[in-house]
Design a protein around this ligand. Structure first.
Ligand SMILES: Cc1cc2nc3c(=O)[nH]c(=O)nc-3n(C[C@H](O)[C@H](O)[C@H](O)COP(=O)(O)OP(=O)(O)OC[C@H]3O[C@@H](n4cnc5c(N)ncnc54)[C@H](O)[C@@H]3O)c2cc1C
Length: 385
């Protein structure tokens, strides 16, 4: 596919990410997945690529500029690596960096951002609760003001990177009983450090996919943090959460495009060598048509991503487009992953290959960061319908 927005700088960035991941991650994905973990140094190596530094000033270790096309390129490559679990854990910092950079105090930013961006320390975002994730406005974790402190009580669930993170951005209800501050109008964001008394966490194991990632339940029991750790205006956190979701969803969509590209490449390679009925699989018209359909869907995802990236680069928030992009990519990935498994036949059912692994990781993309149903609803609302 021709990318009309590609230039030398973007191509060089894309190539450097691809080269690193192909050399340093691809050979280990199966082993790390089976082990349910990966070496800590991987965090630092991936962070050194600069993939999380967009729109963060250089003084904190960021890139000092933004470019949605480069963001897309890095996420596509992360998807193509088929190392969903590793990328989720390393990338968990990326979904808390925007609110941290825009809303935290200078003291927190100076101390924490360089550690997160260098990969020395991990970060995570805690929005979802045991009672639900789609309806963010009804979160139940509370924060009450007590003198110079905020006191947090409640639980967060499904928190990616939550066991290894040192720093968290947490959503909590601050609206109290005041009806004017109910629902979305009574939520604030807080910066919480892992060693704070009253904070604890336990791992969520036995997941369908993302085996190499850590996923945690977080507990806040009279957890006291300094008053200055509120991020942004009190009771205005919901809007910051929604704004932040746009970037997470865009990156997930790009990752899904990369996962689909990998599935296609794996299928072509397999179909060119596997023989049935005296011919290679790729000679059979049914298989050829499946591959053609896969390729067309990937081209459409890629073109859609480029279009949305271009709009994002003008500083606009194309919320409807990002919502549609996310479910467009997840429904296509679901189709492509299923077709790929079918092309692999029994071989795809065995562990230790990208096709099987990606098939297990489809649903977290279709549900996490805003499910397909919620994305469709949001798109309709944003279109005024
Ligand atoms: C592996 C993993 C990692 C995650 N990482 C993080 C993280 O780092 N931080 C974080 O905060 N969260 C994280 N999440 C949570 C994720 O964002 C939520 O799972 C997601 O938002 C859906 O919330 P839920 O699971 O509570 O489903 P629910 O909100 O209970 O919804 C259940 C189902 O009902 C559907 N549904 C809900 N409301 C409607 C409606 N009005 N109309 C039609 N259908 C509806 C949903 O689409 C979904 O299919 C993670 C989840 C997973 C599985």
């Amino acid at each position: 596919m021709i990318n009309p927005f590609l230039n030398d700088e973007r191509k060089a960035f894309h190539d450097s990410v691809a080269k690193f991941l192909e050399a340093e991650i691809w050979p280990h994905v199966d082993d790390w997945d089976e082990a349910g973990d990966y070496p800590q140094e991987v965090n630092e190596k991936i962070c050194q690529l600069g993939v999380f530094g967009f729109n963060i000033p250089e003084q904190y270790g960021g890139l000092g500029f933004d470019d949605a096309h480069m963001r897309k390129a890095s996420a596509v490559e992360m998807g193509r690596s088929s190392a969903g679990g590793v990328m989720a854990s390393v990338g968990s910092r990326s979904i808390m960096l925007k609110p941290l950079t825009e809303l935290a105090t200078d003291e927190i930013k100076n101390r924490v951002l360089p550690e997160l961006l260098s990969g020395r320390k991990g970060g995570a975002l805690g929005i979802t609760e045991p009672g639900g994730g789609s309806d963010v406005a009804r979160m139940k974790t509370t924060a009450r003001r007590d003198g110079d402190e905020w006191v947090l009580n409640g639980q967060k669930m499904f928190i990616t990177g939550g066991m290894q993170a040192s720093y968290f951005v947490i959503g909590a209800r601050t609206g109290g009983d005041d009806p004017k501050n109910s629902g979305m109008h009574g939520i604030s964001l807080f910066f919480v450090e892992a060693d704070t008394p009253g904070f604890s966490r336990t791992p969520i194991e036995r997941k369908m996919g993302w085996w190499a990632s850590d996923t945690a339940t977080l507990y806040f029991d009279e957890c006291r943090i300094p008053a200055s750790h509120i991020m942004g205006e009190e009771n205005k956190g919901f809007f910051a959460i929604m704004d932040n979701f746009n970037y997470e969803r865009f990156m997930m969509a790009a990752q899904m495009c990369g996962m689909s590209m990998r599935l296609f490449d794996e299928c072509v390679a397999y179909a060119q060598t596997r023989e049935t009925f005296g011919e290679t699989l790729i000679s059979h018209q049914v298989i050829r048509h499946k591959l053609a359909d896969m390729s067309a869907r990937i081209d459409a995802m890629d073109a859609y991503l480029n279009q949305v990236a271009e709009i994002m680069n003008t500083d606009k928030r194309p919320v409807a487009e990002i919502s549609k992009l996310k479910f467009y990519c997840s429904t296509n990935l679901e189709w492509i992953a299923s077709a790929a498994m079918q092309i692999f036949g029994g071989a795809g059912y065995l562990r230790g290959n990208a096709v099987e692994r990606i098939y297990r990781e489809v649903k977290v993309q279709a549900i996490g960061g805003g499910s397909e149903e919620i994305m469709r609803d949001l798109a309709m609302k944003q279109m005024g319908l």
